[in-house]
Design a protein around this ligand. Structure first.
Ligand code: HEC
Ligand code: HEC
Ligand code: HEC
Length: 335
């Protein structure tokens, strides 16, 4: 009996460490050891957060991208941060597990670090954007009075809350219909657009709780690799496995939306002429390239700040929102 135990223990240890060396699953490690404090989405929104001072690090905050080099992340995980709830993990995790966790956090949750040519985004901004958005990102003085609607003020927390990085990339690529914000896809490469957006985020919104993608999309994208985030998938489903009903959606659309967005979805409903910015034209390239089911669901439910687009989640059920979303998607976005 005693000999048995004596023999079994080292064998077991050998076996389990060989297992670890073989396959490291950083997502599972994160889930098991880190999510309890840093949250499933790396944004520090966890139950544990309430009791912790300082709170767990929000990896999605642009400030984290600026402050946390790969080296510092690894040191933070291995040794912890003295005086905080972040304890060191080097006695419990191997070096390769810690490295894999660092990669996971960087690619999954953090904004990409500024490109090799860090000044590229700044140069593009100065050349093409500051004329309207101003050197300080608050909107140029002439444009504030001269343009209707005025350029987005990137330093306004309300504006920051209404934007995600993906949304900004879409807005810069395809423009905003019926506004002075034109699309830049014919003048700037994808990489240039990304770098100027990252410049705007890190320079003018360093404290915002900017989401990489719209929340609905984060849900839908769960389970994908971090680098797929940028890939826009027109066929993603509604959240929570909701399925929209076309006929109910059509009725709801005519009753609630057509007055602004028009029966044809072209943004030309009877009320549209009195509204600024104009209701979204669903037939425009900026809609057809950006509004898949999860984004429609999000946009309809939450509305749009600074516009007359109401937040419909206050009056419609999630099922009804899915019904309308399906109708808009099927009829106007991807007929
Ligand atoms: C008990 C709660 C808790 C757990 C569990 C936890 N963390 Fe933390 N973590 C924190 C807190 C709190 C901070 C913020 C420290 C600060 O602001 O200085 C932090 C900070 C960090 C930082 C930033 C370090 C720096 O230099 O600023 C990294 C990276 C990190 N955690 C990674 C992890 C990883 C990976 C895991 C899982 C292996 C993990 N954490 C588990 C609470 C936790
Ligand atoms: C001719 C003026 C003008 C120029 C030049 C311009 N913008 Fe804009 N921009 C606007 C206006 C006006 C809006 C507000 C649109 C609205 O309210 O829907 C805006 C909105 C935005 C938004 C927010 C979009 C949203 O959905 O709320 C972003 C991001 C943006 N601009 C980035 C840029 C970048 C980056 C550049 C340079 C490549 C640029 N803009 C150049 C006028 C301009
Ligand atoms: C009172 C007028 C009005 C009504 C009613 C209205 N909208 Fe809108 N809608 C707007 C305006 C204004 C915008 C903002 C346009 C922009 O920002 O380009 C908008 C934007 C949107 C967007 C794009 C949002 C985004 O984030 O890109 C969607 C999707 C949308 N509306 C769907 C609907 C649906 C579905 C209904 C009916 C349930 C509806 N709207 C009812 C005025 C309205």
């Amino acid at each position: 009996m005693n000999t048995m135990r004596f023999l079994a223990l080292p064998t077991l240890l050998l076996f389990s460490s060989a297992l670890f060396a073989q396959a490291i699953d950083p997502a599972a490690l994160y889930q098991d050891y880190c999510a309890v404090c840093h949250g499933d989405n790396g944004d520090g929104k966890s139950l544990a957060r309430k009791g912790l001072v300082p709170p767990p690090r929000d990896f999605t905050n642009p400030r984290s991208t600026l402050e946390l080099s790969r080296k510092r992340i690894i040191a933070g995980i291995a040794q912890g941060v003295p005086g905080t709830a972040m304890s060191g993990w080097n006695s419990r995790l191997s070096t390769s597990q810690i490295n894999a966790l660092a990669d996971f956090i960087q690619t999954r949750f953090m904004l990409p670090a500024p490109t090799e040519d860090a000044s590229q985004g700044g140069r593009i901004y100065a050349e093409y954007c500051s004329v309207c958005h101003g050197d300080q990102g608050r909107g140029a003085i002439w444009a504030a009075g001269g343009l209707s609607p005025p350029p987005a003020n990137f330093t306004d927390p309300r504006v920051q809350r209404s934007l995600s990085r993906d949304h900004m990339i879409d807005a810069v690529t395809y423009g905003r219909p019926e506004t002075a914000m034109t699309g830049w896809q014919s003048r700037l490469s994808k990489q240039e657009i990304t770098s100027v957006v990252d410049y705007v985020i890190t320079t003018f919104m360093p404290n915002s709780r900017m989401a990489l993608v719209n929340p609905a999309q984060t849900l839908a994208a769960n389970g994908h690799q971090g680098h797929d985030r940028m890939h826009f998938d027109i066929n993603l489903p509604f959240p929570d496995q909701l399925l929209g009903d076309l006929q109910r959606g059509a009725r709801l659309y005519q009753a609630n939306c057509a007055t602004c967005h028009g029966e044809e979805g072209d943004g030309g409903g009877p009320r549209a002429y009195f509204i600024n910015p104009r209701p979204r034209n669903f037939l425009h390239a900026s809609s057809r390239s950006a509004l898949n089911r999860p984004r429609l669901f999000e946009a309809i439910g939450k509305g749009r700040l600074r516009t007359e687009m109401p937040a419909w989640e206050k009056v419609l059920t999630r099922q009804q929102i899915a019904d309308i979303g399906e109708y808009v998607f099927h009829t106007f976005i991807k007929p």
